[in-house]
Write a protein that binds this ligand. Structure first.
Ligand SMILES: [Fe+2]
Length: 257
């Protein structure tokens, strides 16, 4: 009886955090709206800059996940997250193959292809070549986001890591990617196969998010852990919002060609 009350309490708490995350500035950032509306001096420049700078963070995703897994002390938690890790290397089960097919995504485009490679495929299609990389290093804001996010998953304990990776990331990225995909569809000529990293994550991260939420629920038993979960979530969202702020300033400073 007592544990039932705790579980349902925890669920109410986690649901409230989900709502808070969904309403956070990082998810509804004005720069995302500007990209959809092409309300920037040079939309092609801005979208390419956005994705390239985003890659500084995204290419390290396995490190964040591995750091989080390393902090899990219960076997079922570790196993569930290892499944997410396996999927990062490109493994897709039959159910998801069918789901992706319904979106026009062919199995051969993604099956067995690590997600970092899918990201690279986008960058290549967007013209991010060696010359681009030479003249455009990663911005300080991108490096800061990458390093601070890793630190959240590695140094602040399991509850903060779960808040950062689950509620603060996997549960909200689809809302961001949906806006980004809209902007790409409107303003760039990039094929679905080349853009598939974003479409894939706009769909499959829901399942990754659910896995993390279930584990988070187990951690949401005490007041102290709940605070840690919320702190991790907000830190992740604030880092993301700060990154968007910096990219917005870069894009607005560009002189139109
Ligand atoms: Fe991924």
């Amino acid at each position: 009886m007592c544990s039932q009350i705790q579980v349902s309490d925890g669920l109410v708490f986690v649901r409230a955090l989900e709502k808070e995350a969904r309403q956070h500035r990082a998810v509804n950032h004005p720069y995302l709206h500007q990209l959809v509306a092409a309300d920037v001096p040079d939309i092609q420049w801005a979208l390419t800059d956005f994705v390239f700078q985003y890659s500084a963070y995204s290419f390290d995703f396995i490190r964040y996940l591995t750091a989080t897994i390393a902090q899990m002390t219960h076997d079922p938690h570790r196993k569930a997250l290892l499944q997410n890790l396996v999927e990062e290397s490109g493994k897709i089960d039959a159910e998801n193959v069918a789901l992706l097919a319904s979106m026009g995504i062919e199995q051969a485009w993604v099956d067995g292809v690590p997600h970092t490679e899918l990201f690279l495929r986008y960058l290549n299609a967007a013209g991010v070549n060696e010359a681009y990389r030479r003249r455009t290093p990663y911005a300080e804001a991108a490096i800061h986001w990458r390093d601070q996010f890793f630190s959240l998953c590695f140094r602040k304990g399991p509850a903060q890591a779960l808040g950062a990776m689950g509620l603060g990331t996997e549960n909200i990225v689809k809302y961001i990617y949906q806006q980004l995909i809209r902007a790409m569809e409107r303003h760039l000529d990039i094929a679905l196969r080349d853009r598939v990293f974003f479409d894939l994550h706009a769909t499959l991260d829901d399942q990754h998010g659910d896995t993390l939420l279930n584990i988070t629920l187990d951690y949401a038993a005490s007041e102290e852990e709940r605070e840690q979960i919320r702190e991790g979530m907000l830190a992740a969202l604030n880092l993301r919002a700060a990154f968007f702020d910096a990219l917005q300033a870069r894009a607005m400073a560009i002189k139109p060609v």
